[in-house]
Design a protein around this ligand. Sequence first.
Ligand SMILES: [Mg+2]
Length: 444
Amino acid sequence: MSKIMSIETSDVRFPTSLELDGSDAVNVDPDYSAAYVRIIAEDGEAGYALVFTGGRGNEIVVKAIESYGQLIVGEELDDLVGDLGAAAKQLVHDSQLRWLGPEKGVSHMAAGAIINALWDVAARREGKPLWRYLADLTPEQVVAAIDFTHISDALTPDEALEILRRGEQGKAERIAELEQNGFRAYTTSPGWLGYTDEKMLRLTREAVADGFELIKLKVGGSLEDDIRRFELVRAEVGPDFPVAIDANQRWDVEDAIAWLEPLKRFEPFWIEEATSTDDVLGHATIRKAIAPMRVATGEAVQSRIIFKQLLQAQAIDVMQIDSVRVAGVNENLGNILLAAKFGVPVCPHAGGVGLCELVQHFSFFDYAAVAGTQDDRYIEFVDHLHEHFAEPVVVTGGRYRAPQQPGNGAEMLPDSVATWTFPDGPGWQELERRGLRAATRTAR
Ligand SMILES: [Mg+2]
């Protein structure tokens, strides 16, 4: 037995805005950042997690993680890890902190970070990567981890159990296949709005040559640009190659429908975040108006309850879970089972800092233990900042290769954390000396 001794946090930021990596119609100058946390027990055992942000405000998430961390300092780590369903509920439904949400925004992401760090401990103790740890749980153990509060009208524990019991069939073979062949990736690398046409086309050619079977373009800056860019990419990849588009919540409902009309002829594989992430009925209206174009969303969907409504309202064709937007592994297990119940494929959101490292585990688990198919399923991949992680993702031949190291993938290299801690890390100090820090617009 060992008590949790401390919660250590770091405000880690990378000056990505200098290159316009990650630029889209709404996020025009992100400095990809991680609110990074290590929970440390008296005997030295540690668990890692992070929350991704776009730069400014990262310190707010760090503070919120510290507040949630205080709820478990001094508690027995074994008790928390022994019942992760109860641990997650204790954090998410804290009688005072819940006022800041409930179950949305900074507080929800912060609770999720602590919860994810506990799952990291659990997986490390078994010597397994998180996906494998989850896939090896019994259906009863998975159901016990899920909070069915406010979703039981769409998915009951018994229904979840039934889906997971069906998933037991052939699970061992699918795990072996994942170890062998991994899981299909798609790439957003060519599509950032800040890139020139030349850079976009070069990266498109590289993506196809690298084996990706789906690429994604950002849209929503200017319609004229979107048509030109899509035309150029279609000419490059041909009429049948899947190309998705992503508006990052840029439009009102009527704008979305009007904007998408002239893009229909390019046959986008899906339209992602056509409008506000909270607008369930708006997504349903857009989906109806632009059929058969498929509608995707989820990277900023704040909870299983919004996902439930998107599914109930037949508003989405693709569910894009994010690893750190909701309250950790528990809530994403619920999201994956909701998707399975409604027959909607899960294509996780990734990119940023560490999101690829983290979210791959959910698709691997989904294939092994829930959906049992990879049809229509892809994990987003963006080739940024992986070198800062203890186990960087491996994507070859257009596929994520199965993570092997124990844990959830969030552990960063101590050197990277130190160098890019904002604002006093040597990386930021160097930018200051070169007069570049103001250019990132992250300086406070
Ligand atoms: Mg997106």
